[in-house]
Design a protein around this ligand. Structure first.
Ligand code: CP
Length: 340
């Protein structure tokens, strides 16, 4: 099988590191793999190969979909946790990332890593860790969600929206903060901003004062929107962003003050966030939209980020997006790690 661009050996830490044409190749293959799940010609591309899944934090979708992706491509996935690795940390002696990355590259065809929230001392530490693995490994490093980005989620989001709306150029989306009892990392929402803007959507970003995202990601989103001649608006109004949009994404995220003294102050973040109880995606606000689709990367904090009526309503595509994680990851693994 030939592709216009070789993706062999590429790391996937954020979709923004990849050319748009490369993302198109992944999305096209993921759609083929969804339609022809058990008989696709690339279904043996990981035969006899193993993929490491290194989780610092828990997961439902990511662990299951990566493990099943490896199986469906004829390969095998191994679950690793920090306690099984004896790695050097800021406070303990152990093996360096350089040595671990070189050795793991001799065994497997790829390494996925999840590190965020309470497993890092400050925002950016997870990104630094993934980039350090990428520096020394000779196999692809894939983010399975870290503090800054969640590339496979971003791919699955866009695949889900395309599946319902077709061409996205000129379509409008709202990404809105939702109050909640979980202090969420910025990874999924930041990846969504980058992907939606790369795919030509105009963007409304809404959040209460004090919940700014990473300025570098905001700047890049502006650039992506400019390149596609689309608007990027930021508002602190809870309703304004809903007007006339085609897709609504509501999600809690932590404030920039969440990390202090080298740790995440989870309880304080939750206590603060729960005060903004008007910040919930509900039917009344959805009525302001252009009969918008509702998306969320899951797990959902129902009753806080969104009402049950919207999350389980006719315009919700949350389960399609969750399913797409499997197909986009199969496409990424086949083309970056497989033989074809
Ligand atoms: N969306 C997502 O990454 O889900 P999990 O945290 O369950 O893997």
């Amino acid at each position: 099988m030939t592709y216009t661009k070789s993706l062999q050996g590429k790391h996937l830490i954020t979709t923004q590191d990849w050319e748009k044409e490369e993302l198109d190749i992944i999305l096209k293959l993921a759609k083929e793999m969804k339609e022809n799940r058990f008989h696709h010609p690339l279904n043996k591309s990981l035969e006899n190969k193993s993929f490491f899944m290194f989780f610092y934090n828990p997961s439902v979708r990511t662990r299951q979909s990566f493990e099943i992706a490896a199986t469906e491509l004829g390969g095998h996935a191994l679950f690793l946790e920090p306690k099984s690795m004896r790695l050097k940390t800021a406070t303990t002696a152990g093996e360096t990332i350089e040595d671990a990355a070189i050795v793991m590259s001799r065994y497997a065809c790829g390494l996925g890593i999840r590190i965020l929230e309470d497993k890092i001392p400050h925002y950016g530490a997870g990104e630094d860790l993934l980039r350090e693995y990428a520096q020394y490994s000779t196999i692809p490093i894939v983010s399975m969600a870290h503090d800054k980005y969640h590339p496979c989620q971003g791919l699955a989001d866009i695949m889900g929206i395309q599946g319902h709306l077709g061409e996205l150029k000129g379509k409008k989306t709202l990404l809105t903060w939702g109050h909640g009892a979980l202090a969420r990392s910025w990874c999924s929402v930041q990846e969504y901003l980058l992907m939606a803007s790369r795919y030509g959507m105009s963007i409304n970003l809404a959040y209460p004062e004090g919940y700014d995202l990473d300025p570098q990601v905001i700047e890049q989103t502006k650039k992506n929107c400019d390149q596609n001649s689309q608007e990027f608006n930021i508002t602190n109004d809870v309703k304004e962003g809903y007007e006339d949009v085609d897709v609504v994404y509501s999600r809690n995220w932590m404030s920039p003050q969440a990390y202090k003294d080298n740790k995440l102050h989870n309880e304080q973040e939750i206590e603060k966030a729960l005060q903004f109880n008007e910040w919930i995606c509900d039917t009344e606000k959805m009525r302001l939209t252009n009969d918008a689709l509702y998306i969320h990367p899951m797990p959902i904090d129902r009753g806080n980020e969104v009402t049950d009526e919207v999350a389980s309503g006719a315009r919700s595509i949350i389960y399609d997006v969750a399913e797409n994680r499997l197909h986009v990851q199969k496409a990424v693994m086949a083309l970056t790690m497989g033989e074809y």
